[in-house]
Design a protein around this ligand. Structure first.
Ligand code: SF4
Length: 318
């Protein structure tokens, strides 16, 4: 039996800390690379783009080596930003890439061109999976006789749109593969928090969007000590950044899902605030450079287990 456990005492400490932290706030998803408010095709952009937010790291066959970087418009961008920027550039020069019928027939080479860098190369690891999910999404939409714009319009008719959106996404390629629905929850969060307010929560209630678990918040939870690893062999494997099996990955990811849900409940902050705080923590507590603990906002509540690393596992879920 794998010996990993949520540290309840630290969970309370971190939740208390976040409750009083003014900078723990949501973003409105208009940062550089993303469409401006009310830009044409903004809904298509996010439905298409969010499902490609995964796998931005390199390995040598046995272990993680480094994050993925590439240049778009002369800017050196990390994986997630690269996807946002390259998709927006490609859609500006050819808006028909969002046409569902066209998407269903696009080849791997055409998808590679959408996500290409300034040299015309696609740097995404496992490009074959991106091509497959790009087409599967469109084919599922065609089978359901829906488009992203129609889905949002349907959701806006409802008092509580999130469950309807999550149900539809659970049937669409690129979203339906993940039992924890990370990309579906991320899309819901973006649609709810954009300045256009594509989705609104029922009056007087916060949005009930599931936790969004990716490698950044798994690394944070392990380093902060929200999740204790009481298994020396597993701890060494995480520190060495070696591949783990599906059981280890699922166990750690499942615990982090529970931690995020509890941080929301105990801190009183919305999932949008907690998610953005942990996404931003990737810069405070990075992969390749020494974390700057003395200057980190979490320094007084963190266990500073800075050698620990997220479980290394290839997946299209995050
Ligand atoms: S930078 Fe240091 S204090 Fe901050 S989260 Fe990382 S390990 Fe904790």
């Amino acid at each position: 039996m794998m010996n990993i456990a949520i540290n309840e005492k630290r969970l309370d400490q971190v939740a208390d800390f976040l409750r009083g932290l003014d900078s723990c706030r949501p973003t409105d998803w208009t940062f550089p690379g993303l469409p401006a408010p009310n830009e044409p095709a903004v809904v298509d952009y996010f439905f298409t783009g969010v499902k490609h937010q995964y796998g931005f790291w390199l390995d040598d066959g046995t272990r993680y080596t480094e994050p993925m970087y590439a240049e778009v418009g002369g800017k050196r961008l990390k994986g997630s930003d690269f996807v946002w920027h390259s998709l927006r550039r490609s859609a500006a020069s050819d808006p028909s890439i969002f046409d569902t019928k066209r998407q269903a027939e696009m080849s791997d080479a055409e998808v590679a061109a959408v996500f290409s860098d300034d040299q015309g190369r696609c740097p995404l690891p496992r490009l074959d999976t991106h091509g497959a999910l790009w087409r599967a999404f469109a084919r599922d939409l065609l089978a359901m006789e829906k488009t992203p714009v129609r889905i949002v319009a349907e959701c806006r008719e409802l008092l509580d749109p999130i469950p309807h959106l999550m149900k539809i996404l659970s049937r669409l390629g690129g979203y339906k593969e993940d039992p924890l629905a990370k990309k579906a929850a991320l899309l819901a969060l973006i649609l709810a928090n954009r300045p256009e307010r594509f989705l609104r929560a029922p009056a007087g209630t916060p949005f009930d969007i599931p936790p969004i678990v990716d490698y950044h918040n798994m690394r944070s939870c392990l380093r902060i000590g929200l999740l204790d690893v009481r298994d020396a062999a597993l701890e060494k494997r995480l520190i060495d950044r070696r591949f783990v099996d599906a059981g280890v990955e699922a166990a750690i990811r499942g615990k982090v899902y529970d931690i995020v849900r509890e941080l929301v409940r105990r801190s009183g902050k919305g999932i949008d605030s907690i998610d953005w705080f942990f996404f931003e923590n990737r810069t405070r507590c990075p992969e390749m450079t020494e974390p700057d603990c003395p200057n980190c906002v979490l320094r007084d509540v963190c266990a500073r287990r800075k050698d620990l690393f997220q479980p290394i596992f290839r997946t299209t879920c995050y």
